[in-house]
Write a protein that binds this ligand. Structure first.
Ligand SMILES: [Zn+2]
Length: 442
């Protein structure tokens, strides 16, 4: 039952599901029975149907047409290669992992130019593209495919593509598509096709794009996300078994958000399209927050005399107050401890002493870690409170006189400057030593 139901759905999905376009003129209309079957699972709207995935995509561009060898289009291969490397290797793919699609960061190798001569204003067929892919694999122009390979075919400017079987052309709202076929030796060849906007062929244009490159990168992102989560759609590979799709909509994860203007964002300067999470919501691409570290995390400034110490020194990015300061190795404060974990100096605090610094954060969640120890040459059992803007985010009591790494729990901050403060808690001359402060996202 499930199988025949899926194969009927596959037929209905075969047109709109794999294309990047602006007009969905062929939305499937599931029969009533199929809709009722779907009502049983209302929690998730994008579901997995057991097909293959490309868990760590290995992308390679094929620049189709000899125009890519001459100006002005000869600047595009390097730019698109750089983009493919960037998008396959970072936050865009990490977002797919975060969404639970069981795919993640991959890689890209340098693309190849297929110098076939194409006529400006002409329309080539998907069958022709397949024949060039096969020929270029056979000749070694393209790397041999493996289970993670995705070829991204960029068609030279002024040339349109007819998808065949009445599926339409790139002049009719389709900006790109992806699918697969069984290659000559039975190995699957998965590929995406991306055309150049406008031109003599009158290709469709993505309104959010401000340049041809914008459109090509945005459409590539859409097809890449779909190809890794549903590589065999509309193909004879693995009987075209679906991966992740929303059958109620008859759409893959890029199609669901393609008409949402908020889906088009810049990632490392490239226009990309954010796709859908399993609940059909925009899956935001969060570039790994660039974490600003505190200045002088190892307490090396100012330079304390050898085997010495200072109370509340100035001239440090840290502000010392109360019973706090710096100590160098082998001095009155540190002679009972190992050398500083970072550099040759550590910070020290007794009861009520504070060490603080304002640090710029991007909005998000962070932890602060540092090396700490109890002072070894004086009975010490001190606690270090870690505060952000006066709020305690960690309370750490070093377990011994050897330095060990301690960390706060995660805390959340808004974007901007926030003050990190270490506060000493202890009785008498009890002293805590610490060093190597670092901030991590997460
Ligand atoms: Zn699509």
């Amino acid at each position: 039952m499930a199988l025949s139901w899926m194969s009927r759905m596959l037929k209905e999905l075969s047109r709109p599901v794999s294309r990047s376009g602006r007009r969905q003129s062929h939305r499937p209309r599931p029969a009533r029975l199929q809709v009722e079957a779907l009502e049983d699972r209302q929690l998730l709207t994008v579901s997995f149907f057991g097909g293959n995935l490309l868990p760590q995509v290995q992308a390679q561009a094929l620049f189709l047409g000899n125009e890519f060898s001459t100006a002005p289009a000869n600047s595009e291969p390097a730019a698109l290669d750089a983009f493919l490397k960037d998008i396959t290797g970072g936050p865009y793919m990490q977002a797919l992992t975060r969404a639970g699609y069981n795919v993640g960061v991959g890689s890209a190798v340098a693309g190849a130019i297929d110098r076939t001569s194409l006529t400006a204003g002409s329309t080539i067929s998907d069958a022709f593209i397949r024949s060039r892919l096969q020929a270029d694999v056979n000749s070694g122009l393209l790397q041999a495919p493996n289970a993670n390979t995705l070829y991204v075919v960029y068609v030279e400017p002024d040339v349109a593509v007819n998808l065949g079987a009445g599926q339409g052309t790139t002049q009719q709202g389709i900006l790109g598509y992806h699918t697969a076929f069984l290659g000559a030796n039975g190995a699957p060849i998965r590929y995406a096709v991306v055309v150049s906007p406008g031109g003599a062929a009158g290709n469709s244009v993505l309104p959010e794009a401000t340049s041809a490159m914008d459109q090509q990168t945005a459409v590539t992102s859409h097809e890449l996300a779909e190809a890794v989560t549903d590589p065999d759609v509309n193909s004879n590979v693995n009987n075209g078994r679906l991966g992740w799709v929303d059958l109620q909509r008859g759409q893959e994860i890029g199609d669901i958000t393609e008409n949402n203007p908020n889906a088009f964002v810049r990632l490392d300067g490239h226009l990309v399209q954010e796709v859908a999470d399993q609940n059909d919501q925009l899956l935001q691409v969060n570039p790994a927050a660039t974490v600003t570290q505190p200045s002088d995390p190892g307490f090396e400034t100012p330079n304390v005399a050898a085997a010495g110490f200072q109370v509340d020194p100035t001239g440090s990015p840290w502000t010392f107050a109360g019973a706090a300061g710096l100590a160098s190795n082998g001095g009155p404060v540190t002679s009972g401890n190992p050398n500083a974990p970072q550099g040759t100096q550590v910070a020290w605090m007794q009861n009520g002493g504070t060490v603080s610094q304002a640090v710029n954060f991007a909005a998000g969640s962070y932890t602060i870690s540092f090396e700490a120890a109890q002072r070894g040459n004086f009975p010490s059992h001190s606690t270090i409170q870690v505060k952000i803007d006066g709020q305690t985010v960690g309370t750490i009591t070093p377990t011994g006189t050897s330095y060990a790494l301690y960390s706060t729990g995660p805390f959340t901050v808004t974007a901007g400057s926030h003050t990190i403060q270490f506060v000493g808690v202890g009785v008498g001359g009890s002293t805590a030593l610490f060093d190597a402060v670092s901030i991590a996202a997460g």
